[in-house]
Design a protein around this ligand. Structure first.
Ligand SMILES: C[S@@+](CC[C@H](N)C(=O)[O-])C[C@H]1O[C@@H](n2cnc3c(N)ncnc32)[C@H](O)[C@@H]1O
Length: 190
């Protein structure tokens, strides 16, 4: 079984991990083993049993073409993209949780206009319908990954974390009531 990760960025899942660059737009190191463009995958038809393309379509110039390349090269695949514009809520949750990494990542995405598109499950379906030769079977759901707010990793790391931990423990019962989960991504299985 051979698996393909298109636009892998720092995600090390997959036998073959493709990225167009050695660093993501926000500066994380990519774990690629093939440098290529999602619009023109340098592989033969149906050579992969399964593919993954997470949080990439919103970045590329022609997401429909990237989808057709996934369709051509993989027997089946899993595409994920933000449920919204992909940064405002992360910025707010990052700021509320004192999570500098989350805040800055989302801020840089917004400031750099890294998201060219807002992708929807119906866009994925319509794009794949352009490929008349293959039957489309797509299943769209909100994925089970979420960001919790307040998010604990910012508050509970760093030099001042002991203070925050004590503070959070004291507020425990109340926090449980106000904690909310932000389910941030669509998952479309094809
Ligand atoms: C937001 S990151 C997502 C990384 C990873 N898939 C994940 O979910 O953590 C977007 C990645 O897509 C890559 N990318 C953008 N345009 C691309 C293209 N045309 N072809 C291949 N990769 C591309 C970027 O270099 C970056 O690593």
């Amino acid at each position: 079984m051979r698996t393909l990760n298109v636009g892998c960025g720092p995600d090390d899942w997959g036998d073959v991990r493709v990225d167009v660059d050695f660093k993501t737009q926000t500066g994380a190191t990519s774990k690629l083993n093939v440098r290529a463009d999602a619009h023109y995958l340098p592989f033969r038809d149906s050579v992969f049993s399964f593919g993954r393309c997470w949080h990439v379509l919103e970045h590329v110039e022609n997401p429909a073409q990237a989808l057709l390349e996934l369709r051509r090269t993989c027997e089946s695949f899993d595409v994920r993209f933000p449920v919204d514009e992909g940064y405002y809520k992360q910025m707010i949750i990052g700021a509320l949780s004192l999570d500098v990494g989350m805040f800055l990542g989302a801020y840089r995405t917004m400031k750099g206009r890294f998201h060219r598109w807002r992708i929807s499950p119906s866009f994925v379906e319509r794009s794949l319908r352009m490929d008349q030769n293959k039957l489309l079977l797509a299943n769209a759901t909100i994925s089970d990954r979420f960001i919790q707010c307040p998010h604990s990793s910012g508050l509970l790391s760093g030099r001042k974390s002991a203070v925050f931990r004590r503070f959070l423990n004291a507020l425990g019962p109340l926090l449980k009531k106000v904690t909310m989960k932000y389910y941030y991504e669509w998952k479309v299985e094809v």
